[in-house]
Write a protein that binds this ligand. Structure first.
Ligand code: 13P
Length: 252
């Protein structure tokens, strides 16, 4: 069997409970389970329970929250805690998505706290890193990605990072229709892998690519052994299109 693959949908601020039920009904017959492939749906908080119920018969499918607070409870109006997300049906948490960092001012320190709390709760964290276009053009891609990794990973012992998953999502590729070339992506994936090895983190932490993925470029991205899966926004919103992407053949 080739290396395992993860296909993660980030629905962002789309699809309420009814839309999630409708999505599952249309998607499931098109995307039967495949050995070694795991599917994640990061859905709006109000949709977590409906999505968990709609996909309950599929052990290869997990539901995640797109953001959480690191405290277990308290006076934090508008936030949700990890226990609340878990009670609703989430088993994974998206952490440090570029929209959280750049639109909502989330700092690396906050990202680190969220990662620590997610691991402590026993949920799967999907940590996102990636540079802006100005940073790339300024030759700072490597230093930015390493700084983001340090912000999240430095406070945590390597042996406690067990279920970690990382996504490289260049900010300039998100929602722009301009994906990184497989060579661009592989270069940063290797950098991430080297940083993880230096930290003594286990070697098989999956590193996904995200940013304007569609059913056409998915083939060439997944043909590269450094890319362990995809994190997809816009192209995950339609069940037929997402089913096509999760069935992408891997031609290594
Ligand atoms: P798009 O696939 O719409 O570019 O979004 C990527 C993303 O942000 C997934 O987290």
């Amino acid at each position: 069997m080739s290396r395992p693959l993860i296909f993660a949908a980030n629905w962002k601020m789309h699809h309420g409970p009814a839309a999630a039920r409708d999505f599952a009904e249309r998607f499931l017959p098109l995307a039967p389970p495949v050995d070694g492939r795991t599917l994640w749906f990061f859905v709006p908080d109000v949709t977590i329970t409906a999505a968990a119920e709609a996909f309950a018969g599929r052990p290869d499918v997990g539901i995640g929250a797109q953001n959480v607070h690191w405290e277990g409870k308290g006076a934090y109006t508008g936030e949700i805690s990890i226990p609340l997300a878990e009670e609703a049906g989430a088993s994974a948490i998206l952490i440090g998505h570029s929209e959280r960092r750049h639109l909502f001012g989330e700092t690396e320190e906050q990202t680190g706290r969220k990662l620590t709390a997610t691991l402590a709760a026993g949920l799967t964290p999907l940590l996102c890193v990636g540079e802006t276009m100005a940073e790339r053009e300024g030759g700072r891609t490597e230093s930015i990605v390493l700084r983001q990794l340090a912000g999240a990973l430095d406070p945590i012992d390597a042996d406690r990072l067990e279920p970690l998953v990382i996504a490289y999502e260049p900010v300039w590729a998100i929602g722009t229709g301009r994906n990184a070339t497989p060579d661009d992506a592989v270069q940063v994936h290797r950098l991430i892998r080297m940083d993880l090895l230096r930290r003594g983190v286990r070697a098989d932490v999956p590193v996904l690519y995200g940013g304007s993925v569609n059913s056409r470029n998915a083939v060439e991205l997944l043909a590269r052994r450094e890319i362990d899966g995809l994190l997809v926004g816009g192209a995950s919103l339609e069940p037929e299109g997402w089913a096509e992407i999760v069935r992408t053949p891997r031609s290594e």
